[in-house]
Design a protein around this ligand. Structure first.
Ligand code: SF4
Length: 74
């Protein structure tokens, strides 16, 4: 079920990120390097179309983790 994929979203801990850009290369629809040189998640739901687990596994700083998505409340 695809809903399982969308129940979690990746998040980057800016304190751990070293700005190597690997996650941006791996999942360009999801991650982006900010002006501070750190990666951030620009669209967590885009990971349904790519292989974000690879970005999570390959991050040299272990800065990416999965978090449960906030339930839609509106
Ligand atoms: S792979 Fe990890 S350390 Fe490299 S930019 Fe992405 S979050 Fe930062």
């Amino acid at each position: 079920m695809s809903e399982e994929n969308t129940a979690k979203t990746p998040t980057v801990d800016p304190d751990l990120c070293i700005g190597c850009g690997l996650c941006v290369t791996t999942c360009a629809d999801v991650f982006q390097l900010g002006d501070d040189g750190k990666s951030f998640v620009k669209d967590g739901s885009a990971c349904a179309n790519c292989n974000c687990q690879e970005a999570v596994d390959n991050c040299p700083a272990h800065a990416i983790s999965w978090v449960e998505k906030e339930p839609q409340t509106n």
